[in-house]
Design a protein around this ligand. Sequence first.
Ligand code: C2O
Ligand code: CU
Length: 503
Amino acid sequence: MPPIITRRRLLAGAAGLTGLAGAGLATAWGTGVFDGAPRLLDPHAEVVGRVEAARHRTGRTVSATLTPRPVTVDLGGPAVQTWGYSESAPGPLIRAGAGDLVHVEVDNRLPVDTSVHWHGIALRNDMDGVPGVTQPPIAPGGRFTYEFTAPDPGTYFYHPHSGVQLDRALYGVLIVDDPSDPGRYDAEWIVVFDDWVDGTGRTPDDVLASLRSMAGMHGDMGGMMGMGGGMAGMETMTSPLLGGAGDITYPHYLINGRVPAAPATLIGKPGQRVRIRLINAGSDTAFRIALGGHRLSITHTDGYPVTPADTDALLLGMGERADVTVTLADGVFPLVALAEGKTGQALAVVRTGAGDPPRADAHPAELDRTVTMTGVLRAAEQVRLDERRPDRTHRLELGGGMMPYRWTINGSTFDHATPLPVAQGERVRLRFVNRTTMFHPMHVHGHTFALAGGGARKDTVIVLPNQTVTVDLDAINPGQWMTHCHNLYHAETGMMINLGYRA
Ligand code: C2O
Ligand code: CU
C-alpha cells in the first residue's frame, strides 16, 4: 500500500532506516528534514529482536510456502484470470498455536513486486511486510522468508502490502489457536467475504487508475459518487448505518471464493454449536451478515474475546473480523453478506438436514433486525486494557474525497505525512476524527488497541462520517507501524500514516 516505492527506496530499504534517510525518504523517516522531528527506530534495531526473544514461545514451528502467481480462479461459474496464492480465494490457511514460530517462505512468481503483511498480529516489526518501511519489496522471481512468533490467539489474515494487490485473490486466513481455549463449540467454520472485480474486464489497477483520473474531471461530485470503477451503474452507495459506504461497484461478492449462484456449502448437524470465524477481506465493501433462522452470539472481534453479545446481524468493515457462535437448527439456511450500501450480496449455504438450497438472492429477515457494529462490543474481562492516563495523544483527522480522488490524514497523503512519534512504554491515545462523508475502517499495525471506556480490543475500527473514535494502546512493540484506512483505495491514494517509535 505505500504508494511510492521507487527503485532507490527499494535499495535503501535493505539498508534499514539509517540508509533510508539519505535516500530521500525524508517524509517518512525524518532526519534533519523536518526540524525537531525525533529520530525514529530502525525496524531492524536490536530492541526489536529483544522484544521478540522475550515473547512466550512454545518451541513449535509452523511452516508454509506462499507462491503468489498468475492463476485462473473458478468463482463458481465465472473463471477469472487473477493473481493468487493458490487456485482459489482465499489462499492457503495458516494455522498456528499462540507462541508458535510462524515460518513462511514467499516465492514471488508475479510480474511485479510484492510483500506479505500479517494483519492484526503483534509481531516483530521487521516481519510486518511493509515494503519500503520494514523490508525491501520482494521482486519478481525473488524470495523472502518471514519468521515471527504469533503471540496472541485469534482470527487474522494475511495479504500483500503492495499496491492494490489485496483486491485480487492475494489473501489468506491465519488462525492462532489458544491452547487454553475451553472450546465450547463442536465445529468451526471459516467464512471469508470479498468484493470481486479482477478478470471481469478490468483489474484493480484499472479501477485505481480510473478513480485517479477523476482528478482531471469537472462536475458535481454527487453525480460522480458511485462511478468509481468507471462502471455504467450509478449506485449512490450510501447506507443508513455507514453514510458513504463505498466508491466502487463490484460485479461480484464472494463467500469463500464463490458467487451466490454456486455457493459454498457448510455442513453441520442440528443442535451443534459452531464457531464461525468471519473475515472481511474486501477492499471497498462493508458486509452486513446474517444466517437465516439463527441468532449469532458474537464472542470475539479482531481476535480478542468480548463479552458475548447476541444479535440478528453483524456489520464488518474491511479488515475487521468477528467470531460468532451459533446453535444449528435443522434444515438448509442462507448465510448472507449484503454489500452494505451497494447492490449485491454474497451467499453461502448452511446445511444440517434436507431441503432445497436457498436462492442466490435470498434475504433472511435477520438482515433487517438488530444489526450490531463491532464498535459497541465490550472487551472480555481478561483482555480489558487497564485504566491509565495517556502519556501522549495523537489526533488523526481523516480527510479527502472523490474529486480529486485523494484521501488524507491530517491534511497529508502518506508520501508527505510527518510520522506520529511514540516512545516505548507509553500509553498512547489515538483520536480518529472523520471529516469526510464516508466511513473509514482504521487499522493500526502491530498493536491491538482498546476502544475508549472498556470497549473491545481491536486492530481495525469503523469511523463513521463526522464521528470521532478514541482508542488507547500500549506502545510495547517497538518499530514503525502503518496506521491507515483499510479501504484499499483510500490507503493507496494517501490515507495512511506511520506510528513511529523513537530511536
Ligand atoms: Cu490489512 Cu496495513 O493492512
Ligand atoms: Cu477510508
